[in-house]
Design a protein. Structure first.
Length: 235
């Protein structure tokens, strides 16, 4: 009985010091239900309640930081293991990759508008770099045949020069190649979009001059890839 009384007093004292249930249970080996009864009998003063609230906030913060660290470590492990699955690309594999990329993101020739050229739009810098490299290495398109257009939300008009410098740096082309900037209007005042802050640089459109023949080749390559995929038998 003396031991229980001592443990109860210790538990209440620790609670008044701002300790959480978990903290107390590590120091006072009793059932959680018993601890709850003891602490419900203890009347905390306003300063003690404030101390407990602050301690709880700090404990929550520490817990959040620990979870964030675990998430980052897990994420880094996944990234490291995933990278080992990718082997050096052959020129043929890079060719297929570029065709699939354009198939997904590029402009296709329309029956009602024959003769349209290669046009590829995206806001992902890595995808832009990959496609430009594909045009250069696989399609042998010289730089002077490539043009650019930038599309940004009108709320970013004051950042136009920053946006132009960004895409110039990403592509390796002179900033003079990015004079065509178009502004998107939005009637929605409130949005849940996450790409409207300082890291937003709009969408870059790459177009290749006099490239209607290349567009038709890509369409044929895409169709042939599809046909080959259909030939794959289930194992």
């Amino acid at each position: 009985m003396i031991k229980k009384t001592s443990e109860k007093e210790k538990a209440i004292r620790l609670r008044k010091e701002g300790k959480t249930y978990s903290d107390i249970l590590r120091l006072v080996p009793v059932a959680k239900s018993t601890l709850a009864i003891w602490l419900s009998e203890a009347k905390l003063s306003i300063p003690e309640k404030q101390k407990f609230t602050e301690a709880k906030r700090l404990a929550s913060l520490r817990g959040g930081q620990a979870k964030k660290k675990q998430r980052i470590e897990k994420q880094n492990k996944i990234f490291s293991e995933a990278k080992t699955k990718i082997k050096p690309l052959s020129e043929y594999e890079f060719f297929l990759l570029g065709v699939a990329l354009y198939w997904a993101e590029g402009t296709k020739e329309k029956e009602y508008r024959p003769g349209s050229g290669v046009a590829f739009s995206n806001m992902d810098p890595m995808m832009i770099i990959l496609f430009l490299k594909w045009l250069e290495k696989i399609c042998k398109i010289p730089k002077y045949m490539i043009g650019f257009e930038i599309m940004v939300h009108e709320s970013h008009k004051e950042r136009v020069e920053e946006v132009r410098r960004f895409w110039s740096k990403i592509t390796g082309f002179s900033i003079n190649n990015f004079s065509k900037v178009y502004f998107k209007r939005s009637k929605i005042k409130k949005t849940n979009r996450k790409n409207i802050g300082k890291k937003y640089y709009g969408v870059l459109k790459i177009h290749v001059r006099k490239s209607s023949e290349l567009v038709r080749k890509i369409a044929s390559w895409s169709e042939t890839i599809f046909e080959e995929v259909l030939k794959i038998k289930d194992k």
